[in-house]
Design a protein around this ligand. Structure first.
Ligand code: 3HC
Length: 682
């Protein structure tokens, strides 16, 4: 079956792309388009053409599944060149998404018309590449260099009305896209209107420099962002064919880079998260009202995430003062959004109409989903669930936001454990993308399906975990932090480890993170586990010593680092380094220098090892979920792919050897995981 369907509307050829679900620009699509344009050119009865997408969308991009192999002919630039050299006008009719190569194809046409709500953009930089079919040369000719830098370097997706304002499309219609496109095509008979013939508008050098600086900062200075800027600027000084040829070469070399491969891995790993939703026959429960119990930072953040997604929300706290603080937090957040121009006062008005708060439990009876977000203490949670169980309606689902407590134990004390599960948000909950959905022993498939659908509507990345201490993310993070503490004892200092990992791409090093979140949280957990800890296992006492000295992190002005009063900027504290030296001495360890490479390698191996443990223990079923978790919840650099991607690049033999060496360096208590399941799942 051809991916391109052709019919003639009198004298206009209608070319329909038919490659569901997203009409990706695969080899067959490109070949079909090229054949159609060649046929248009020679058919005397035809005067123009319209290219349109079949189904729900225009072309949402080139087929990135093809990107790991050499690309097959014809390449997209050849298709676009054929459109440009065709003697008859070609109109692009856009709906759904016109992204990447789809958008570039549209820029190669003589006119563009869009259905209201269409999304347009060049998201290539998010995949580690640059637009490879003229996007960096044609867009600036149409909208100028600065705006192009902004759109291309952020991969922004803009709506049709903004595209109209910018002059990217010439018309936006509410209905009858094809009929309107045909009218437009007929109005152009006998003319061509190629973007390649326009000169890029001149911009002030300062304005270009400022747009470039902004883009580099937002794009973390990644190579594809640097190159995209360079390409866009070429459009000012080079003839278009030269600019196109350079762009294509850069695209081709970035496409096969390890960074682009890692980003493609992340892209497909994130797409896999919702597979269970489409593959299962289980029906999710429809949710309209959500109750959040506990108005602390987490509870109010969850309330905001739900409000943003269009749900009606009740925030409940038994303590009036806590409730009023939580409500204030919600209101202040939205006020700041209005002030920052992110949302209009009318939108806030609508949103706050869906928000209510109470200290009276009876009000949760109307909620379809009740999320508990109270203090992390099992007794407190039991009490709260007793109340929830009493007041919730029979069909409601009950979720706990605990980050490590045993949800099965909580569920067992309720009337119907099949409706209990975990929804572990990450702070700030209205912003962080990651959410862990905890499947307990008796949780019903409908509850999990509902959790997935709920997370999707919130715009989150949900990973499903069994009910196991630390679930997925915190389990990997704890192993990572322990490994960094080992390295402190062996010879490194916090600033050296933090710098090595930040240079690798982590948003923050582990000790800066510990200071930010407060050292007392992990201290409390260590104390609660002290009785069950195996005394033969290696245990680093440095964090405990810091806590005992009152150094609980930023909030006390000192932790691993020193913080001047009222400032978040940290400085090295020689006292901490002395404490570390003396901890090494006390264990009879001769301190040695650790290289940046060793630090990074030990951290990555530790993460892979813990991921393999989680798979063997069936805590996680999809290995790539661990990559999604680390990138979206723990500041792991997206462009490095995540532990399972790194493992697959390394190969099993090299990994197993590395784990043997890591076990020797880590000492008693470190358990090497069986990596068979990990490699089977890749
Ligand atoms: N290539 C191959 N497959 C793709 C794809 C692409 N560009 N984009 C999406 N898919 C696949 C997904 O993996 C998924 O497959 P599955 O059903 O087997 O799991 C299916 O299409 C549906 O995708 P989503 O689940 O994401 O569907 P949504 O409706 O939620 O979103 C979308 C649709 C907005 C188009 C979203 O998929 C998206 O943003 N896609 C990426 C678009 C993109 O980055 N395009 C640029 C590509 S690079 C390029 O064009 C290079 C050029 O310059 C030469």
């Amino acid at each position: 079956m051809s991916k391109i369907k052709i019919h003639h509307d009198a004298d206009v050829m209608v070319i329909t792309v038919d490659n569901p679900p997203i009409n990706a620009g695969s080899t067959e699509v490109r070949q079909g388009l090229l054949d159609a344009i060649n046929a248009l050119d020679v058919d005397r009865k035809l005067t123009a053409a319209v290219i349109i997408g079949g189904g729900t969308t225009f072309i949402a991009g080139s087929d990135i599944k093809e990107f790991s192999q050499p690309l097959m002919e014809p390449h997209l630039p050849l298709v676009i060149a054929a459109i440009e050299s065709c003697s008859k006008p070609v109109v692009c009719a856009l709906h759904g998404a016109a992204l990447g190569g789809g958008f570039e194809l549209a820029l190669g046409c003589d006119a563009r018309i869009a259905l209201e709500g269409t999304v347009l953009g060049l998201p290539e930089v998010t995949l580690g590449i640059i637009p490879g079919a003229g996007g960096t040369q044609r867009l600036p000719r149409l909208i100028g260099v600065e705006k192009s830098i902004e759109l291309i370097c952020t991969g922004a997706r803009i709506k049709a009305d903004l595209a109209l304002q910018l002059g990217i499309v010439s018309q936006v219609v509410k209905t009858d896209l094809l009929a309107n496109a045909l009218v437009l095509a007929r109005s152009m008979i006998g003319t061509k209107n190629r973007i390649r013939d326009i000169a890029t508008p001149i911009s002030a050098p300062e304005a270009i420099a400022s747009a470039s600086q902004k883009a580099l900062k937002a794009g973390k200075n990644r190579p594809q962002v640097q190159k995209a800027i360079e390409m866009v600027c070429n459009s000012l000084v080079l003839p278009i064919d030269e600019g196109l040829s350079i762009e294509r070469n850069v695209f081709q070399s970035l496409r096969v880079s390890s960074e682009a491969k890692a980003l493609r891995h992340q892209f497909f790993s994130e797409r896999k998260l919702f597979k269970a939703l489409s593959e299962s026959d289980t029906k999710a429960i429809e949710l309209s009202q959500i109750a959040v119990i506990g108005a602390g930072t987490m509870g109010s953040g969850i309330a905001m995430a739900c409000l943003n997604a269009g749900y009606a929300v009740i925030l409940l706290d038994q303590h009036e003062a806590a409730l009023s603080n939580g409500v204030k937090r919600v209101e202040q957040y939205y006020e700041s959004r209005v002030q920052g121009g992110k949302i209009s006062p009318a939108q806030i008005c609508e949103l706050l109409q869906r928000f209510s708060h109470a200290s009276n439990w009876e009000l949760i009876a109307s909620a379809d989903l009740i999320i508990e977000a109270v203090f992390e203490d099992i007794e407190v949670k039991h009490e709260v669930f007793k109340k929830i169980d009493r007041y919730a309606k029979d069909g409601a689902l009950l979720a706990s936001n605990t980050s490590y407590l045993d949800i099965d134990a909580i569920a067992e004390k309720t009337k119907n454990p099949s409706r209990v599960f975990g929804l572990h948000f990450f702070s700030p909950a209205q912003i962080m993308k990651l959410i862990e959905i905890i499947r307990c022993k008796k949780t019903s498939p409908a509850a999990i399906a509902t959790g997935l659908g709920f997370a999707k509507r919130l715009g989150k990345m949900p990973i499903i975990s069994a009910n196991s201490f630390g679930f997925i993310g915190n389990r990997i993070y704890a192993a990572y932090r322990r490994q960094c503490e080992f390295m402190l004892e062996e010879g490194a200092y916090p600033e050296q480890i933090d710098k090595a990992l930040e240079d690798y791409g982590f948003a923050m090093g582990p000790f800066a993170v510990a200071d930010l979140s407060g050292l007392d949280i992990a201290w409390g957990m260590r104390k609660s586990l002290a009785a069950s800890r195996n005394p033969a296992h290696r245990y680093v006492g440095i964090p405990d010593s810091l806590c005992l000295a009152g150094r609980l992190g930023r909030k006390t002005g000192a932790g691993y680092y020193l913080y001047a009063e009222g400032s978040n900027s940290k400085s090295i504290d020689p006292i901490v380094n002395e404490m570390i030296d003396s901890a090494s001495r006390a264990k009879g360890l001769t301190r040695r220098s650790l290289s940046t490479d060793e630090i990074v390698e030990r951290v990555l191996l530790t993460m892979i090892n813990e991921t393999a443990h989680l798979l063997s223990e069936n805590v996680v079923t999809q290995a790539s979920d661990c990559d999604v978790a680390l990138v979206n919840g723990y500041g792991f650099p997206r462009w490095q792919g995540g532990p399972t991607f790194i493992a697959s690049e390394m190969g099993q033999e090299k990994l197993d050897q590395g784990l043997q060496e890591l076990a020797l360096a880590s000492g008693p208590g470190f358990v090497i995981a069986n990596t068979d399941m990990l490699f089977k799942s890749l």
